[in-house]
Design a protein around this ligand. Structure first.
Ligand SMILES: [Zn+2]
Length: 244
């Protein structure tokens, strides 16, 4: 065998090895998908109407509390995605905040709240009471309600080994492809956010174990939007009953 043939044979071997390694990495990614029990998750997650979500676990977490009942459970952590009245409601924060509660808001918001506030930049992960919380972008692409320049956010956070994504008020944006979450809360109401079809595309990008439609049933969006979203999604979707 001459040197040239040996050389090409060597390159071929290297290429085959690269191919095998990259294939197994793909396989690993799929294998890595956590086994999440949907039933146990459903016991912990509560849709409180509009974009308001509560998650129970070793901590009680709210995202965008709005129109809560006066006796709502107290919060350990409250995350606020942006400063529109139906997402940042001081009246509702007062119902659930104690002196121990930590409120997480986007760094771009110029609000002062009489509580312990942690600001988070887009792309940054902070740890609050042991819970990693990452702020990810949330914005409209064509509509003008939530311009990218405002620095509004969605949140990706892990509580008790389950990673949640609350998208905030957003359209289907390219950054969603980088979101890795087991359970996603996606707006489906349209007008100010993405509608059902766009939300289903977003769910396809993220490929969660469970998707829950939000931002419907009050102000904008109807149950038909939630049903349409469910029909278009390839992943498991649960339309939650509104709780108080
Ligand atoms: Zn908004």
């Amino acid at each position: 065998m001459n040197k040239q043939r040996l050389f090409y044979l060597g390159i071929l071997h290297v290429l085959i090895i690269i191919l095998i390694v990259s294939c197994s990495k793909e396989g690993d990614k799929k294998m890595q998908k956590k086994e999440i029990s949907i039933d146990s998750v459903l016991e912990k997650i509560h849709w409180l109407g509009h974009a308001a979500v509560k998650i129970n676990g070793t901590k009680t977490i709210y995202v965008d509390p709005y129109e809560l009942s006066d006796d709502a459970e107290k919060a350990d952590i409250i995350m606020i995605t942006h400063n529109h009245y139906d997402h940042l409601s001081v009246e509702d924060i007062k119902k659930i905040a104690t002196e121990r509660t930590v409120i997480v808001i986007p760094a771009s918001l110029l609000v002062s709240l009489e509580y312990s506030v942690n600001k988070v930049d887009i792309g940054q992960t902070i740890i609050v009471m042991g819970i990693p919380i990452k702020a990810v972008p949330a914005y409209n692409i064509v509509k003008s309600f939530h311009p990218r320049s405002q620095g509004y956010v969605g949140y990706v956070f892990t509580l008790d080994d389950v990673t949640y994504y609350h998208a905030g008020d957003t359209d289907h944006i390219p950054e969603m492809r980088a979101v890795d979450a087991d359970v996603v809360f996606l707006p489906v109401g349209g007008t100010y956010t993405m509608g059902a079809a766009q939300a289903a595309e977003a769910a396809k990008d993220i490929d969660p174990t469970l998707a829950v439609p939000i931002h419907w049933g009050s102000i904008v969006g109807s149950e038909a939007d939630a049903e349409k979203f469910k029909g278009l999604c390839e992943c498991e979707v649960r339309i939650l009953e509104k709780e108080h």
